[in-house]
Design a protein around this ligand. Sequence first.
Ligand code: PLP
Length: 797
Amino acid sequence: MNTYSTDYLKNQIEENIAMLHETTDTASNQTFYKAAAKTVNDILIERSKHFQAQAASKGVKQVNYLSMEFLMGRSLKNSLYNLGLVDQFEKIMKDYDVNLTDLYECEPDAGLGNGGLGRLAACYLDGFATQGYNAYGYSILYEFGIFQQKIVDGWQTELPDNWLPGGRVWLHAKPELAVDVHFGGYIDEFWDNGYHFTSHKNYTTVKAVPYDMYVSGYNSPAVAILRLWKAESPAFDMESFNRGDYTHALSQSMTAEAISKVLYPNDNHTQGKMLRLRQQYFLCAASVADITNRHMREYGTLDNFAEKNTIHINDTHPTLAIPELMRILLDECGYGWDHAWKIVTKTFNYTNHTVMKEALEVWNEDIFKEILPRIYQIVAEINRRFVEEMNQQFAWDTMRIERMAIVSNHQVRMANLCVYTSNKVNGVSKLHSEIIKQNVFHEFYDLYPAKFTNVTNGIAYRRWLLQSNPWLTNLLKSTIGDGFLQDASQLKKFEKYATDKKVHKQLAEAKLSAKKALASYMKKTQGIEMNVNSMFDVQVKRMHEYKRQHLNALNIITDYLYLKENPNADFVPKTYIFGAKAAPGYYMAKQIIKLLCCLAEEIKKDPVISKKLSVVYLENYSVTLSEYIMPASEVSEQISLAGTEASGTGNMKFMLNGAVTLGTMDGANVEICERVGNDNIVIFGMDAEQVETTKEMGYAPIEYYNNNPDIKRAIDFIESGVAGSTFPDIANSLKWNDPYMVLADFDSYRKAQAKISELYQKPDVWYTMAAMNIANAGYFSADRSVKDYATGIWELE
Ligand SMILES: *Cc1c(COP(=O)(O)O)cnc(C)c1O
């Protein structure tokens, strides 16, 4: 597939360096990075054009994946890898005395997402391209992505993520495809010749300009396009300006540009801010305009829109695409309601990502109406018809109808609109998809059982194995060949080597190399020392009470207090590694970060204990950092309260790299367990059903505090002081409320930790487990997930 000669590539790089007014003799790594990136991006643009032309000529159905977040990470290494150009670029750079891996380090992460949800969207672009689907991702070109986290004196501080200076080379502006988006104003309604018309008056216009990012498939001609919308003020308002209204003209442009300024840093939690609603409508209106414009150019009618397009809604954030497509069909194309509704309901599909109350999006009706007057009318009409339909079926059950309504109680409920409208609704793991049917949407499920389905999440496994873990990749190539590079299911062949002593030794060597690489990277970038001869026990993910980093902390504290009293006790040396960003306004999450940092400091002060036990808090957990961490991990902490983590994808990255999962029966852990078998995972705690019954019986955490001396000692310890700080709010929350039932699972977690230590001391057992995890990780590939979407939901060929 590689048709680019080294001479050609070298020539392109040198031209790009010249364009930056430098020469290969004087150029810095930054300049080499930009020149290399531009060279690769030009190749991607060419290939994308070619692929698009092919798709258009065959009239294939297009996938449009709308998501407020795409957590892309870096592009250079991934693109070179997928295009098969790594060796050539290495050689070229060597000629200039430049190290290719140093250039990778020049690239900022494109951090246009918060965590799992945004990373999933990014992994799916990789899957779409590799599987050869004609796919567009749609999102916002945030000028500032997820904040850069600095830990200062144990507290999280947030710095703006100014990624564009280094990230811009990956963006391809398409000003000719810009569209206008309208906000505010009012709706004039009138009748003419027996027809009802509406006219949107006095609105504010924001211009949406697309910038494309490209993701090449691995060993595939397909390229996925991520179309990112930048908000601009429309051609400067000369009218106001000339009228002498200078400040109005300028403030208009500032309001417009604010829309794509910054990503909201909340994960699994909604913030009902007007700017956020504007961002959501901006994404939806621009994307739906783009999709319908393209379809009109191709077919000249929207009658067959749903046959040639599917629009996928990643969580409820892009729900407004539904009424927006209705608006276009009704107001701009003259369709009647029923015909328009038929097209819309065939077009949309929706993925639910959470069942937690605080994350279910609702908008205040008055705000909604003020910002989006026409969209409000359409949503109200959808609701009116829905309620009418329900009244015919359940007139006796007004409570039920109220619960299912789309607009009620002065709120617009995005999830209900999605579920009612969408052709298919899916959860992201088997367990989560069941919970959706039985709990949050069970009334919709009773009515429309065929709508509900499951697609278990998957990851771009090449990024976390082939590109990040050369040591393990080489071992796999030497044992099972290289079929797994293209087809993750072939990892299964490694099962044959699971009990092979020679392979165990090689697995141990590969792990040690990755641990050393992480340790030296952390030393260099954050000044952190790590003992590579200790077990690396890792919990990296967003900081959230439901993910229970504080359960992990309580166990470490219990060990620490035990070692204080028994300094000579037998103890498997361990390093507990944490990495997590907290939403800036999430008080409890920030307290937990401080607690972990204080715990790290307290333990470090004791020279004897710190030989056996240490805690490190890695700053600024991000996609790039995770690429260093995953290969080096030995224990994967997946300890959320059962029923709260929809799937998780971090758990998949860990197992792929041979870490053993220490987890609850939650999200995709359940399916990991099913695949590796009970002997190759350590499960603890209540399952989702037991959580429900325990809650129903009335959960009283204080009883656990009073009856379990370890719990009492650990909580008293954080209340009395850790490295000079006290944490009464965490302690009180645990004792008196404990919404995520940390104390109920504590004892079982301790036993599971003890089991991990025991297993780790038997290398034969441990590396068999590691091998079984690697061999069974293939199912959790994004390639498999997107195929499930394609056949089960989008009806692609
Ligand atoms: C994979 C990933 C996540 C998701 O982790 P979970 O453990 O599934 O919550 C979050 N952030 C980053 C940077 C990731 O790479």
